[in-house]
Design a protein around this ligand. Structure first.
Ligand SMILES: *Cc1c(COP(=O)(O)O)cnc(C)c1O
Length: 387
């Protein structure tokens, strides 16, 4: 593909009247204003409030996971979830090299090292076969867990990520983790509304984490959530995210070195309004994805399709170009034409702070990183926009 004008025209036709077409912009045409003003009027803008409670109930309902804990952002949610899973200094945590840097940072913030496992072409997520091979060659079962023969360190958790909202092969990953007694924590930051075999992303391991950053499917400015079916873990998540304070009307006593990772009620108000519209957002994004898929099919472009047996939220649509040169030519042309496109993240094992980390063969991640391009994927606002 060297002539991009047809693709650009197609994108402009889907986002009419926009001189700059962003990769993913939020839309606020529901109860956002009303709820945020209501939170201000209530004076409960900070750590506690009805919107925080409502947000947690809505997340539990949407995901079908018993307990939700509102957190200040996705990165903090992942950090705390890993702590709750038992990740401690000196441990190792299996994850994928193709992810946003927060995935590896949360691991490092626990004092652990990421170990990078390749991704697969079809899902862009962790490759269960690569995980299985690495563990079969290197893992040793003892003391109720799995240890690396190469490093002597404990595999304290496994953190696959549902890339761009496309579900990875999470059932197989969960089965492998169970076989080795390795806790599974899903980085579902990008996958709100995505399902695999009808089950929500984030529901397959001990803990699942979501993000509500400004660029995600639903946003509250900044926000995150930890989801779990384990009531004790949920209580602990709430406790540790709220300075581990012993509940009391006026005394300040604390049980642990803990965190101020609470989602403010002001943000939760925005989140509730966005979650109310999630089904609408998902339908809107699915329609755009179907149009992209059809256009790409007709024009010989390799569109990354919804993995079999899953329902994606289509957070970001992606294509696979012919190589680094083709990728960069497209990125230059698109961004020059006011159409925001971007490549996949710089691979995590190549970032200076993670170069020392152990890894399996990462051929597919390297192949994809040179070729992937994300296309504008915002919810198309109703016209005329009510906001
Ligand atoms: C967005 C994102 C996060 C972090 O979420 P924030 O709310 O921005 O802190 C973590 N992991 C992945 C894969 C993400 O895309």
């Amino acid at each position: 593909m060297s002539d991009y004008s047809a693709l650009f025209d197609f994108i402009r036709s889907r986002f009419p009247g926009q001189s700059f077409i962003p990769l993913h912009a939020p839309v606020f045409y529901g109860n956002e204003r009303a709820y945020v003003l209501d939170a201000i009027d209530s004076t409960y803008v900070s750590s506690v409030g009805e919107y925080v409670n409502r947000f947690e109930r809505m997340m539990a309902e949407i995901t079908g996971i018993a307990h939700a804990v509102a957190i200040v952002n996705g990165t903090c949610a992942l950090h705390l979830a890993l702590k709750l899973a038992g990740v401690a200094p000196g441990d190792e945590v299996l994850t994928q090299p193709m992810s946003f840097v927060a995935t590896a940072n949360a691991i490092a913030q626990c004092g652990a090292d990421p170990v990078f496992v390749d991704v697969e072409r079809a899902t862009l997520g962790m490759d269960p076969d690569a995980l299985e091979t690495l563990l079969a060659e290197d893992a040793e079962r003892r003391d109720g867990g799995a240890y690396s023969r190469a490093s002597g360190k404990r595999y304290a958790a496994c953190v696959p990520m549902h890339t761009f909202g496309l579900p990875c092969r999470i059932e197989r990953i969960a089965a492998i983790c169970a076989q080795y007694s390795i806790p599974l924590v899903e980085d579902a930051a990008e996958a709100l509304g995505s399902t695999s075999s009808g089950r929500s992303a984030g529901s397959f391991g001990q803990l699942g984490v979501f993000s509500f950053n400004g660029n995600k499917v639903a946003t509250c400015g900044g926000g995150g959530a930890i989801l779990t079916n384990d009531e004790a873990l949920a209580k602990r998540a709430k406790h540790l995210s709220t300075t581990a304070k012993v509940p009391h009307p006026y005394l300040f006593d604390h049980t642990d070195v803990a965190y101020n990772y609470r989602m403010p009620n002001l943000n939760a108000a925005l989140a509730c309004a966005q979650l109310e519209q999630l089904p609408e957002f998902l339908a809107n994004k699915r329609a755009l994805a179907a149009a992209y898929a059809a256009f790409c099919q007709e024009n010989g472009i390799a569109y990354v399709a919804e993995p079999q047996g899953t329902s994606a939220n289509f957070w970001l649509n992606a294509i696979v170009t012919d190589g680094l040169e083709a990728r960069d030519a497209l990125l230059v042309a698109a961004n020059g034409a006011g159409i925001q496109m971007r490549p996949a993240w710089g691979l995590l094992h190549r970032q200076p702070m993670y170069r020392h980390c152990r890894k399996g063969p990462l051929d597919t991640a390297v192949f994809l990183a040179d070729r992937l391009v994300n296309l504008p994927s915002s919810v198309v606002p109703p016209s005329p926009q009510r906001a």
